[in-house]
Design a protein around this ligand. Sequence first.
Ligand SMILES: Nc1ncnc2c1ncn2[C@@H]1O[C@H](COP(=O)(O)OP(=O)(O)OP(=O)(O)O)[C@@H](O)[C@H]1O
Ligand SMILES: [Mg+2]
Length: 355
Amino acid sequence: MFFRSKAIVGLDVGSSAIKVVELQTSSSGYKLTGFGYAPLPPEAIVQGSFMNSPAISNAIREACEDGGIKTRDVATSVSGHAVIVKKISLPAQSDEELEESIRWEAEQYIPFDINEVNIDHQILQEATTDGQMDVLLVAAKKDLIDDYLSVVSDAGMSIAVMDVDAFAVGNMYDFNYQPTNDGAVALVDIGASVINISVLSGSVPLFIRDITSGGNQYSEEIQKTLNVSFEEAERIKVGEAPGGVSTDVIPQEVEEAMREVSDTLLGEIQRSLDFYRATASSTRNIEKLVLCGGSARVPGLVRLFQERVDIPVDIANPFARVEIAADFRKNDRIRELAPALGVAVGLGMRRLNET
Ligand SMILES: Nc1ncnc2c1ncn2[C@@H]1O[C@H](COP(=O)(O)OP(=O)(O)OP(=O)(O)O)[C@@H](O)[C@H]1O
Ligand SMILES: [Mg+2]
């Protein structure tokens, strides 16, 4: 029987930009069929809250236009302090029983009013010897979900899959790097305003944490140091002179400011990993650190990280095993932006017939 799952587009609503990725399943896995990008004004999403919804839905439209994407069904994801992901242990029970009890069980693990959140769950491990089972609990504030529903529908699309950023990155990593279950890998997505950290064993998440800082911190520090606007500081950070021309000359004071921010961010990431090591029930050694997100491109960050931890540190390539046609219109752009496309690619790999 010929079966082809319906097309879906991966939509990453990042605070600095909207990214959309469309993938078709192919004999070898996936083939890139569409990619679009549209920057957002810095004040559109602040600390995870949608402050300017029209600007966000416009950017979604723009990104789809940029990518020539006609598909209307999207897979998108949430993260930040309005989302809680926890591995919990419950008495072994059937799917139906769990469906009934999860809301009630969840209440004690969630710092919000249970009526204000959407709950989802996934069984990680069926009954263990002590009659318990491991369940991954996901709770997201309804307000945030509603914000997503409305910007997506205002852009003329609809949400078919609602995911969590860190899971999407995990999905991207799983397909591209096919990790085994023996050890664990820490995936760290350093965006503009959020750092999503997850520790995975194979494709099973052992630990997830979001830190609310990121690349904006570099820009803010440069802004203060040089007394320039945020936009100007952004350009200096990525090595662009005011006219948009690329420059390799970074003033020493900028380099120092950036180094300081890198130190702080790495310290925060390390603290989270220490917390995982100290608390996770089935602690598996973290054997590798894999970075993604636009800020993984900060010059020297990988090296600095490598100096601090004695495990390999690498930047993920979300397209490592994804086929990109040699004549794909935006090959260069994709290569440049690749680290920032971890979430969008992971979402683009979701299918409508998946649950
Ligand atoms: N070459 C570069 N050097 C340093 N920083 C860069 C470079 N390219 C992009 N960035 C930074 O990466 C960030 C954007 O990354 P990304 O697209 O992953 O973030 P986002 O998904 O929009 O944000 P978030 O997930 O935090 O809401 C910005 O802060 C941007 O300045
Ligand atoms: Mg992001």
